[in-house]
Write a protein of this length. Structure first.
Length: 255
């Protein structure tokens, strides 16, 4: 059985003491590919170094996270463009809009999001979307760009079924992680009512660890618990969940 963690921040300081062991443990548990979304210019080099150290298992993305957008966001985008000239990336991400923590730079977040969608189209790459308290705002922008030349995944999905169906209609995947194991999250109902062919697995480690690890540092190996929950909801085998979600990820990210 092979699984793909489509969203993990293994390059962050939370893993400085045991990063290699965490990756090796994930591989031993069957998580044979781990996809690395960028945050901002400070994380690009650590991310690339990790992908080069584990070239058969770790894959690099590049993008500007919405919570890193500020008045200086254009210089951050210029740095991303320069890296795209010299390095191969599997996606533009993670990008999007976050109105949960701070709305100060909402206008800048919108501009950065649109700019990075255009970068993705230019380089023929999928996008990895961070949407927190911002589905309407992201949908309003994204529907202007849906033209058959853009796809991607809504990472850490927490929307409703109507939103999930719209995402699927646009040809995007739904990223399901530890939240689906949380009691009363409601995400189990979404998973129950959408086709598994539209789902990819993710950890978002070190964040959002699934039950029974909730509240602890998350790891890529723990997406097995996410897969088991999906298998339970769908009343299918864990092997089938692994097979379908892995193929979904391979197709989306051209792995």
């Amino acid at each position: 059985m092979q699984l793909i963690d489509t969203h993990t921040h293994l390059f962050l300081p939370e893993f400085d003491s045991d990063r290699d062991a965490v990756i090796e443990n994930a591989i031993q548990k069957g998580v044979f590919k781990m996809l690395l979304p960028n945050v901002d210019s400070s994380t690009i080099e650590p991310l690339i170094q990790l992908a080069k150290k584990f070239p058969d298992h770790c894959y690099q993305m590049i993008g500007l996270h919405p919570t890193s957008v500020n008045l200086d966001f254009k210089s951050e985008l210029n740095i991303i463009e320069e890296w795209l000239k010299n390095e191969k990336f599997i996606a533009i991400g993670e990008i999007g809009i976050d109105l949960y923590w701070d709305k100060t730079f909402f206008t800048q977040q919108q501009e950065a999001f649109m700019y990075q969608i255009h970068l993705a189209k230019k380089h023929d790459l999928p996008i990895v979307i961070h949407a927190r308290e911002s589905f309407k705002e992201i949908f309003d922008l994204l529907k202007l760009e849906i033209d058959g030349n853009i796809n991607g995944v809504f990472h850490a999905f927490t929307g409703d079924l109507i939103q999930a169906n719209q995402i699927i209609e646009w040809g995007f995947k739904i990223g399901i992680g530890g939240i689906v194991t949380f009691k009363n999250s409601g995400l189990d109902n979404i998973v129950k009512n959408i086709d598994i062919n539209h789902i990819v697995l993710e950890s978002d480690s070190p964040y959002l660890a699934p039950v029974p690890f909730r509240g602890k540092r998350n790891e890529s190996a723990y997406i097995i618990d996410v897969a088991e929950k999906i298998a339970q909801i769908k009343n299918i085998s864990l092997v089938e969940v692994a097979k379908i979600t892995t193929e979904n990820a391979k197709q989306l990210f051209k792995l």
